[in-house]
Ligand binder design. Structure first.
Ligand code: NYM
Length: 212
């Protein structure tokens, strides 16, 4: 059986445009896996609780200005400062549901015009997700959902560019889920995909690094 002390947790990432439903689906997944008796935590990036995270938060709320390259590297540093804890959690059997990760980093910065390869470089060596759930929604549809907030990037025109940038990023670890279905249908699909992934990790699927 896979349920021995050496089985590791899964690194599951949710990605998508602003207002695609990542945050509510992440917490539903948490409840689901907890209900099945799994050890699981919900993480999110940016993690605004750290010093770096506070700089990011201040930038996003327009309280400070930063050069595009600088903020990109801060988002990346924010993931690096959590890398070793992330690895420990996974290796000791805790599954992590992560609301945004490196793909947000690359998609949002390349949407501003920074080169893809430049954007990816600081992400090399971070842990590679076992599964990326992309909540697919048209930017226009997302914009209709209760409107955007006041943070940077929350504008239709920019979200259109982000959507295009996400499109060139996906690889074999991605599952694209239609985010315009009823919430419970999306939830069911995500549950199946995540459970399958958790099982594969328990059975010894090796941890890898980005980008591979
Ligand atoms: N964002 C998020 C980036 O630009 N780069 C990153 O690396 C990450 C993780 O921050 N509009 C952007 C996407 C969002 C914003 O995220 C804040 P959230 O999920 O709204 O807290």
């Amino acid at each position: 059986s896979g349920c021995n002390s050496e089985s590791r947790g899964a690194l599951v990432v949710l990605e998508g445009l602003d207002r695609s439903g990542k945050t509510s689906q992440s917490s539903r997944l948490l409840t689901y896996l907890e209900g099945l008796g799994h050890s699981v935590e919900l993480w999110r990036f940016p993690d605004r609780s750290t010093n770096v995270g506070q700089m990011i938060s201040s930038y996003l709320s327009n309280k400070s200005q930063l050069d595009d390259h600088t903020i990109h590297l801060l988002f990346s540093a924010n993931r690096w400062e959590k890398r070793s804890l992330m690895e420990t959690k996974l290796k000791t059997g805790t599954t992590l549901i992560v609301d945004r990760y490196s793909y947000s980093g690359v998609a949002f910065s390349s949407a501003k015009g920074l080169g893809d390869e430049w954007c990816k470089a600081p992400e090399i060596g971070l842990l590679a997700p076992d599964l990326v759930l992309y909540l697919d929604i048209q930017p226009e549809k997302a914009a209709e959902r209760g409107g955007y907030g006041d943070e940077k990037y929350e504008q239709l025109e920019f979200q259109r560019k982000v959507a295009q940038c996400y499109q060139v990023l996906h690889d074999a670890s991605w599952k694209i889920v239609d985010a315009c279905q009823p919430i419970e249908d999306i939830e069911k699909q995500l549950q199946e995909l995540v459970l399958e992934c958790v099982m594969a990790c328990q059975k010894g699927k090796p941890l890898a690094n980005l980008w591979s």
